[in-house]
Design a protein around this ligand. Structure first.
Ligand code: CO
Ligand code: ZN
Length: 329
């Protein structure tokens, strides 16, 4: 069940640059379904399913990393100074519970955070780990350690909210797809990539090494179908099916890849929709600019509240993505 896979993935902390625990879990799960697995210098997990020599080399990429914090200083009073890792939205992490690399727990707050109108920014950000001195804090944290919002899931049945839907949803889709694909002509490279949130870095080197004939990123896209939002900002709808990307700020989807995905959705009989993301990118942004260029696109899971600790997806959309991909491959 893809929901179980997703829930397992959501429980593993994996901030940008520290994805190995997540890679370990995926590698164990995927091993029986692929011919080869390997890690590269960037920490990408690359899983290969050989074709029969008649097909194409297809790279699928879902990023393992999640946004978080990195410890930059420890104050005499025991507070941790931190910098964001990736696109942390300050108004949505104030008062959140976090877990650190050491396993220590803490909360996020901002200098002057109680005063109305106080700007929330990186310079004012700190984490309180309950230490009353620098020495005490140093038992639990060191400069360079990471912190992430504590994994916490609201399971509403067909919909689930949790931090890290971006992009553990894509990882779950990719893992389930590889379990289901049988006898494909194509040489399939399932890449669980690193450091997407700081600029699509893992996918860049993976694509360079693989030199695929086609690239597809699997990621979330904004689903702004909640109250008080202007209609028409983005057409992606929660529960509306697999979302085939038209464009975002990193890529304009290649027409051949877009139509291959649309044909596959029809063939599989799964619901689909087209989406445009006005800000943000995906691994396809790196893949398509590799070598002499790679026809690339993105298959998205619609997600509400992206980069907030309550990212929400609809399990039926993940299932639609798997159905589409299995038909495509
Ligand atoms: Co993201
Ligand atoms: Zn993402």
């Amino acid at each position: 069940m893809i929901k179980d896979t997703l829930l397992n993935l959501l429980a593993i902390p994996g901030p940008t640059g520290s994805e190995s625990a997540c890679a370990d879990w995926i590698e164990k799960e995927i091993a029986p379904y692929v011919d080869e697995t390997r890690r590269d210098t960037m920490g990408n997990l690359i899983c290969v399913k050989h074709g029969n020599g008649k097909g194409k080399k297809i790279m699928l990429s879902a990023h393992m990393d999640e946004i978080g914090f990195i410890v930059t200083g420890i104050e005499d009073e025991g507070f941790l100074r931190v910098m964001p890792l990736g696109g942390v939205r300050f108004d949505q992490v104030i008062a959140c519970h976090v877990v650190l690399k050491s396993g220590a727990q803490g909360v996020v707050f901002f200098e002057g955070g109680h005063a109305p109108g106080t700007p929330l920014n990186a310079a004012r950000l700190f984490i309180d780990i309950g230490a009353s001195s620098k020495e005490e804090a140093q038992q639990k944290a060191a400069i360079g350690d990471w912190a992430v919002v504590r994994p916490q899931v609201s399971d509403m049945g067909k919909r689930v909210a949790s931090p890290y839907m971006d992009d553990r949803s894509g990882c779950a889709v990719l893992l389930e797809t590889m379990k289901q694909v049988k006898n494909s002509d194509n040489e399939i490279y399932a890449v669980f990539s690193t450091q997407e949130e700081v600029g699509l870095r893992g996918a860049r080197t993976a694509a360079y090494a693989i030199q695929p004939d086609m690239g597809i990123a699997l990621d979330v896209t904004l689903s702004n179908d909640y109250p008080m939002n202007k209609k028409g900002v983005t057409p992606s709808k929660l529960g509306g099916g697999a979302a085939i990307k038209v464009m975002d700020s990193s890529v304009i989807a290649h027409p051949a890849v877009k139509s291959a995905m649309e044909e596959a959705a029809k063939k599989a009989g799964v619901p689909y929709q087209f989406e445009v993301l006005t800000g943000g990118g995906t691994d396809a942004g790196a893949i398509h600019l590799t070598g002499g260029g790679v026809p690339s696109g993105t298959l998205s899971v619609p997600c509400r509240y992206v980069h907030a600790p309550c990212e929400m997806v609809d399990i039926s959309d993940l299932e639609a993505c798997v159905g589409l991909l299995v038909a495509l491959l």
